[in-house]
Design a protein around this ligand. Structure first.
Ligand SMILES: NC(=O)c1ccc[n+]([C@@H]2O[C@H](COP(=O)([O-])OP(=O)(O)OC[C@H]3O[C@@H](n4cnc5c(N)ncnc54)[C@H](O)[C@@H]3O)[C@@H](O)[C@H]2O)c1
Length: 265
């Protein structure tokens, strides 16, 4: 008889998660992975119809309670409604995933207006602060409470072609590290620095087909772009009890970073 299950610590039974921006791509994979591991999940997304539809699909795939709600994470009233609804449906919140984020390519970083910088901070940084504030009373009552954020590789690397986005993601790393110290012993907080996961969003961000083709074959140690599941697996580790000794960290999940060639090939 098998007596040791190394996957037991990765189970999410009894956990209640909110995944922002969970209607598609990376957030959807996180929601599916958490539900598959046993969690109840609320998908909070600007696109309410897609959030509800994705939640229904994941509920069918996993046999777990998964709900969707329309929520703009830059709007305080929406955040509160999402939290209230999650608590009403599931009875609490143990796990917050701040996954919403977006940025556009800029030709001239010095042509970026103050308003565009502020909008980027509002979406990529401040939303995570306000979600955390609204969830605080419930996280403090929960077992294995955690917050995991979708950061970006460009939040630690110079990326003048994505200046508003990269600066806002860098700010989020620092802000959430501060909050990890504030919540010491109560709520674990980590941020995943995500590399290229090709989605339709890349075209929307202003990258042409040639640039997308280059991103699909990156010069990294694994030689490929990532899938939403590559990223979701890291979130499962960090949010489950398997990550119980990890807090205040930025974890790099981006194919291994740049491959440096020291000799001709
Ligand atoms: N895809 C990548 O290569 C990549 C790389 C690094 C970091 N990331 C980060 O990972 C996260 C997810 O990326 P993705 O590619 O899956 O994104 P995506 O654009 O495919 O999905 C984001 C979701 O967020 C929702 N959303 C947008 N604005 C919102 C708002 N104000 N309130 C609520 N929901 C909102 C959208 O409707 C969408 O469903 C983002 O934070 C992104 O910055 C992605």
């Amino acid at each position: 008889m098998v007596q040791f299950d190394p996957f037991a610590d990765f189970r999410m039974d009894g956990q209640i998660a909110i995944v922002t921006g969970g209607a598609q791509n990376i957030g959807e994979a996180i929601a599916r992975t958490f539900a598959g591991a046993g969690a109840g999940v609320m998908i909070a997304d600007l696109n309410g119809d897609q959030a509800v539809a994705t939640a229904a699909t994941i509920a069918e795939q996993t046999g777990r309670a998964v709900k969707g709600i329309g929520c703009d994470v830059t709007v305080e009233a929406d955040i509160q409604r999402c939290v209230d609804e999650t608590v009403a449906v599931f009875g609490g919140i143990s796990t917050l995933v701040n996954n919403v984020g977006w940025g556009r390519a800029v030709d001239d970083p010095l042509a970026v207006s103050a308003e565009e910088m502020i909008d980027s901070y509002r979406l990529n940084t401040i939303s995570a602060l306000r979600m955390t504030a609204a969830c605080r009373p419930f996280l403090l009552q929960a077992q294995n409470a955690s917050i995991t954020n979708s950061g970006s590789m460009v939040g630690t690397l110079p990326a003048f072609d994505f200046l508003p986005y990269s600066a806002a993601k860098a700010a989020m790393n620092h802000m959430m590290l501060g909050l990890a110290h504030y919540f010491a012993g109560q709520v674990r907080i980590n941020t995943v620095l995500i590399g290229t996961v090709l989605t339709a969003g890349y075209a929307d961000a202003g990258l042409d087909a040639a640039a997308q083709e280059k991103l699909a074959h990156p010069n990294n140690l694994t030689g490929r772009a990532g899938s939403p599941q590559d990223v979701a697996d890291a979130f499962l580790w960090l949010a489950s009890r398997a990550g119980a000794w990890v807090s205040g960290q930025t974890i790099q999940v981006h194919g291994g970073g740049t491959r440096v060639r020291l000799k001709p090939q």
